[in-house]
Ligand binder design. Structure first.
Ligand code: ADP
Ligand code: MG
Length: 477
């Protein structure tokens, strides 16, 4: 197979839309899915004489992301104009950072089932989004919505360190998790809050030099990215194997056909005529400013994951699930401050809360409830199956209520009351005289069968330890 001789090389340009209240250079509202052309003003429409003014939040968010990824923060970064003509870019240029971006270097680890590897980051720069052209709403016209014009973006450019579509997938998932932890973006790829351009080349395994690359533009779902990369890798290898040459091109991926097709080649690449934006002064970031942001950094997913493994003794798998979302991770950590039943708490979060949230995402769980819940199980006061099946939904429906009270009201406490258990045992033994005889003649493993029947009749309310004790007494008397 020729495919196995080749290695895939991928570098990403990730665009992250920032969750600021207003746009990058004016006070227009920054929100998704408003009516077309309502979140605009003379500045985002680029009327003559208007001037941009930097959104401080955009800078703070860039620094937040840069610090999380171990980048060097550029103390004197600068905005440039990238000039091109398009209907959804009324200014005729995009404000971006070409020569002096806000963050340099850094990296992020990707953890695959088989290995862990660092993906190096080349830089992160600040820029603004363009408006949105829709080509397929009307037969003869393209319509333009300028609500998105001027929305603040970060563009993160990686080194060509990926070797497979799976690695890209893992990286993008971690990046989405990170921007959500940092609360700088909602990270929704379906809504375009995170998009990536994939630069792809192939080379013979062991080769020191890179092959010619193609760039697939604006991939807005991880499923499409995977398919686009797989299609493109095969196309390039087939091309080389048949004696051809990969040309440096910008490609579009069509999810319907599953194919890539050229948008433009290197020869007709734009000359953007970058130059420093004269309307915006350089952005000077003092050490104090950077320190202040560093001090306010929220906990990062990989730090929490490590803590959960080391301090709470959880498996890598459990720790990964528990840190998927910051809100859950913080609540879990909070609970672990009050109850030492870490594993039971982890099970509660992973098996019950996560499933519940899928159906009712707005349910609020409190530390008090959750710790009470696991304490009741751990103290053997409530059977775990009963707790999960009956007490949990009741607790989710009544967030203000004491869990102990609920359990009392629902009559769920296990009974080690001798009379209650005696009654049940007598009943079961009376129904099974043959089996009682068999037990007495040495078939001791029938004890489990008796246990099961009594437990069933007790509807989970029998304390198993006490029950076993009493059963033995009955059978052996
Ligand atoms: P440009 O300035 O033309 O956009 P860059 O050198 O900045 O090119 O690279 C852009 C992206 O392409 C980066 O993510 C980088 O990692 C990636 N890249 C560069 N060369 C290759 C290659 N041969 N194969 C795959 N990706 C590449
Ligand atoms: Mg580029």
């Amino acid at each position: 197979m020729p495919y196995e001789k080749y290695e895939t090389v991928i570098g990403l340009e990730v665009h992250i839309q920032l969750a600021t209240a207003s746009k990058a250079f004016c006070g227009d509202e920054n929100k998704f899915a408003g009516s077309p052309n309502t979140q605009i003003s003379p500045i985002s429409l680029a009327h003559p004489g208007t001037l941009p003014r930097l959104n401080e939040r955009q800078v703070a968010y860039a620094v937040r992301l840069g610090l999380a990824l171990g980048c060097r923060i550029n103390p004197l970064n600068r905005f440039d104009r990238k000039n091109y003509f398009y209907a959804d870019l009324p200014k005729g240029y995009q404000i971006t950072q070409q020569d002096e971006p806000v963050c340099l270097g850094g990296g992020m680890e990707i953890i695959t089932p088989d290995y862990t590897r660092n993906i190096r980051i080349h830089h992160i720069h600040m820029e603004e989004d363009a408006g949105k052209s829709t080509h397929d709403a009307y037969p003869d016209n393209t319509v333009v919505d300028l609500n998105r014009a001027g929305v603040p973006l970060l563009e993160l450019v990686t080194e060509p360190d990926f070797r497979s579509a799976e690695e890209v997938d893992i990286f993008m998932n971690s990046m989405r998790q990170l921007v959500r932890y940092l609360e700088i973006s909602d990270g929704n790829m379906e809504e375009g809050s995170m998009r990536c351009d994939c630069n792809i080349s192939v080379r013979l395994k062991g080769s020191e030099t890179f092959g010619n690359r193609c760039e697939i533009k604006n991939v807005n779902s991880m499923r499409f990215a995977r398919r686009a990369i797989q299609y493109e890798v095969k196309r390039q290898i087939d091309l080389i194997e048949s004696g051809g040459e990969v040309l440096q091109q910008t490609l579009n991926f069509d999810p319907v056909t599953g194919k890539t097709s050229p948008l433009r080649s290197k020869e007709d690449a734009h000359d953007y005529r970058y130059f420093p934006d004269p309307d915006l002064p350089p952005v000077a970031l003092s050490e104090d400013y950077i320190e202040k942001i560093r001090e306010q950094q929220p906990p990062l997913p990989w730090d929490l994951k490590q803590k959960f493994q080391e301090e709470y003794g959880l498996s890598e798998y459990d720790a990964r699930l528990l840190t998927e979302r910051k809100k859950d991770a913080l609540l879990f950590m909070d609970c672990c401050g009050d109850s030492k039943h870490f594993k039971q708490l982890a099970n509660l979060f992973i098996n019950k809360i996560k499933t519940h949230q899928k159906e009712s995402p707005d349910t609020v769980f409190t530390k008090k409830q959750l710790t009470e819940f696991v304490e009741l199980i751990a103290a053997n006061q409530i059977n775990i199956t009963v707790a999960n099946q009956q007490l949990f939904p009741a607790m989710a429906a009544a967030p203000e209520k004491s869990v102990k009270k609920l359990a009392e009201e629902m009559n769920l406490f296990q009974s080690d009351d001798g009379d209650f258990l005696d009654g049940l045992i007598t009943e079961v033994l009376a129904k099974n005289p043959d089996k009682v005889k068999a037990y007495k003649n040495g078939k001791k493993n029938l004890l489990q069968m008796f246990m099961g029947q009594v437990m069933r009749n007790a509807k989970g309310k029998a304390d198993p330890k006490k029950l076993q004790e009493l059963l033995r007494e009955h059978l052996e008397s």
